[in-house]
Design a protein around this ligand. Sequence first.
Ligand SMILES: *Cc1c(COP(=O)(O)O)cnc(C)c1O
Length: 384
Amino acid sequence: MVELDPFVRERLLTPGPTPVLGAAQLASLDRSVYHRSPAFDKIFLECRSLLGGIFGTSEAPLILTASGTGAMEAAMVNLTGPGDRVLCVNAGKFGERWVDLARRYGCDVLEIKVPLGEPADPDRLREALSQPSGTPWRAVFLQANETSTGVYQDVPALADAVRSTSGALVVVDAISSLCAHSMCMDHWGLDCVVGGSQKGFGIPPGLAFVALSPRAWSSLSSRPRFYFDLAVERKVQSRGQTSSTPASSLVQMLHVALGRLSEMGVDVVVRQHERRRSMVHRAVKALGLDLFARKGHSAAVTAIDVGPAEDAIQLLNAAERRGCLFAGGQMESVRKRMIRFSHLGFVDTLDVLSGLCALELALAEVRGSTPLGLGVGAAMQEVL
Ligand SMILES: *Cc1c(COP(=O)(O)O)cnc(C)c1O
């Protein structure tokens, strides 16, 4: 084997954290903005308003200092009470999180388990929700993008299935789909959408976003809560403040990143993610590998099934030595077969090509002799 490149630097192609935008990084060094000051209020309110554009909602989302799971928990504690009947779509690791959260908070949970690699079928939801029963459905929890399998679920169709059969609130974990897929919260009739800073937004982990519909605001549960009391947050955040100390340097970073995203325009951002997905798909095919998702392919992350002949862990290690970090499979059953190639966030065409190069070199290293450039060549067709 040739000598490893000592100049190697790490390229992050994982579905969170994603690469940090350089200009945002600089903003985090500015220590001049105190969080109880008009200057901060202005930045904070602009962030909320720009987030509203990405969520597709007219009421600006709230910004929480938490990881994405914090926003999921906030949704759960504010929208459900003990004993409430809820349906959770479990299409993978993150769907399972909704199930765990709902059970932990004492909800009466119906879990709809979807085969790994597939999106939920709206008809299955329709059927489950229309079963006659004494208690009404309180809420349905689902992912837009199931990051563990690289599946994007058809959110508008699923929301429609819920709304046509029940009065349940529709709660969507869009943590890894925001910026990669369009989100039209108001238009699709969603009641709660959550997001996280380290996914499509190009800043580090630590901020989470949550937006509620007027219907959700008017039917908050009476469960006790403190840090995640969204009604309290809504009141203080309307003035550009937060009830406890926010991760203010992250807010400054977010402000820069959202400014950049809005300059580009959400439609362009989404289209670029789609193009990255096409590049990776072409390469995967050309390299004789498979896509793990059979339907509803995510524009944020491609889960590659390397097949039984290859060991994904070995490939991940080889790619990392070449300077490219991918994520592996999260479920034990797929750990040896899955590479999750993220193309989410501030990643450009050449980043994707570098990732494919690293993947191809890793394959060549593990397989022994193999023609080089097939995957990268195929992907390049997409950008010419
Ligand atoms: C990353 C992710 C989460 C968890 O977010 P954390 O910031 O790790 O708490 C939840 N749901 C989805 C779909 C994700 O991709």
